[in-house]
Design a protein around this ligand. Structure first.
Ligand code: AMP
Length: 184
């Protein structure tokens, strides 16, 4: 059973790797960013609340994202495992997830940290063309990552859950390394 969290800055390849590996293991790929983008497209109440934060590159309030993660992890496709991509994004979300999982999964979760140099991130993000991939918003997303998300590296390292992978390699090579770390 595989339960995996992808950590790493925007543009590190979390979404791409999560998608490939979720297919490989036949488990759901849960991307909070993707769920929010879908909700914004549909203009659902969640989407309307999230929109201005996403457009500015800020984190959506914890409560909104935590509720959506809790609901998603309660779906019937999750007992076989899952990959979380884009959550948790700060220490309070990580503590929330801890509590949620203590209720339902006795054995741990692996955390994969994808490491990619800043110059590479920026050129990848600029090439992606998503609505929140303008230069100004990208700069803010990287700042938010450094201030709020990067502390999770130490959070998970101290708990011996963290495994780091060089994300500045071909897609296939990164996938192979993550696979080796997760099912050796
Ligand atoms: P992503 O697709 O993971 O890059 O997320 C795109 C945007 O969605 C982020 O810049 C945030 O505005 C929002 N978002 C996604 N996941 C979270 C989260 N766990 N907490 C707060 N905001 C999030």
């Amino acid at each position: 059973m595989t339960r995996l969290i992808f950590l790493g800055p925007p543009g590190a390849g979390k979404g791409t790797q999560a998608e490939v590996l979720a297919n490989h293991w036949s488990i759901p790929h849960i991307s909070t960013g993707e769920i929010l983008r879908q909700a914004m497209k549909e203009r659902s109440p969640l989407g309307v609340k999230a929109q201005s934060y996403v457009d500015r590159g800020e984190l959506v309030p914890d409560q909104l994202v935590q509720d959506l993660v809790e609901e998603r992890l309660n779906q019937p496709d999750t007992p076989s495992g899952w990959i979380l991509d884009g959550f948790p994004r700060n220490v309070s979300q990580a503590s929330f997830l801890d509590e949620l999982l203590q209720k339902r999964v006795p054995d741990g979760v692996s955390v994969i940290n994808l490491e990619v140099p800043d110059e590479v991130l920026i050129s990848r993000l600029l090439g992606r063309g998503r609505k929140d991939d303008t230069e100004e918003v990208i700069r803010r997303r990287l700042e938010v990552y450094r201030e709020q998300t990067a502390p999770l590296i130490d959070f998970y390292r101290e708990r011996q859950q963290l495994k780091s992978v060089d994300g500045n390699q071909s897609l296939e090579k990164v996938t192979a390394e993550v696979q080796k770390l997760v099912d050796p």
